[in-house]
Design a protein. Sequence first.
Length: 287
Amino acid sequence: MRIPVTIISGYLGAGKTTLINSLLGEDHGLRLSVLINDFGSINIDAALIADESVDSVALTNGCVCCSLGDDLAVSVNDVLSRTPQPDHILIEASGIAEPVTIANALLSDSRLSYAGIVTVVDGSNFAALMDDPLLKPQVSQQIRAADLVLISKQDEAPNDALVAELSALGARTPTRTADIELSRLLFDITPLPRGKSLVSHPGYVSWQHRSTKIIDRRALGDKLAERPEGLYRMKGFVLTSGGAYELHIVGRHVEARRCDAEETVLVALGPAQRVSHAQIEAWWAGR
């Protein structure tokens, strides 16, 4: 029997890991395995998967899009060699990944059944992304590639303008994440035919940091407020004088919530045209 595979796509900070954690908590009765692709050499998203009983494999090659190499194939082999085998595989694509390329790679594996692409769209940040000529083509392509588009970070039903713009990009009946039975992602998606994707994306700079140094909590707030303009996404865990915090930066939005952590572990990303690794390093080091 072939194992179905669903790809969870969406731009940086859209809420893919949150969606997967919610799905893992559903009473669907399936054994799930999750392949998690993250940018940089430290896989933060793998650490954020809440269900420790779920098989997960961390892919840290940075961008499962332009150069798949053997990493994805090796990880799929690893998952399929386990006993018992999973009933369904989820691939959480990096925020800068090209989901069509991942889908095309999976179609050639006779052990797998392609079950579709779900693209998560950050409803609170969508307008800003569409106004950004550098990022708009990549975000638009992730939406066009989707068999199902889910709108995150919306407390109320999305407005007509947002739905209309998503529909114009090719989204079929875009739906708020809160309004859908998540088990539908495993059973009720009808995949579209896949073809070669022709949309390129900008180059990105990634940065990672690991230490046990404790940062003054107030100083951390000042530091985050003065971060480099081109740093779009940052996530991880920070040790402060007021305890440990799980940190998420998406564009201009910053979220920090208390957590348990034994060290500071951070990754960051931004378009290469707007920020450099040296700028991020100098900012964090206080130089």
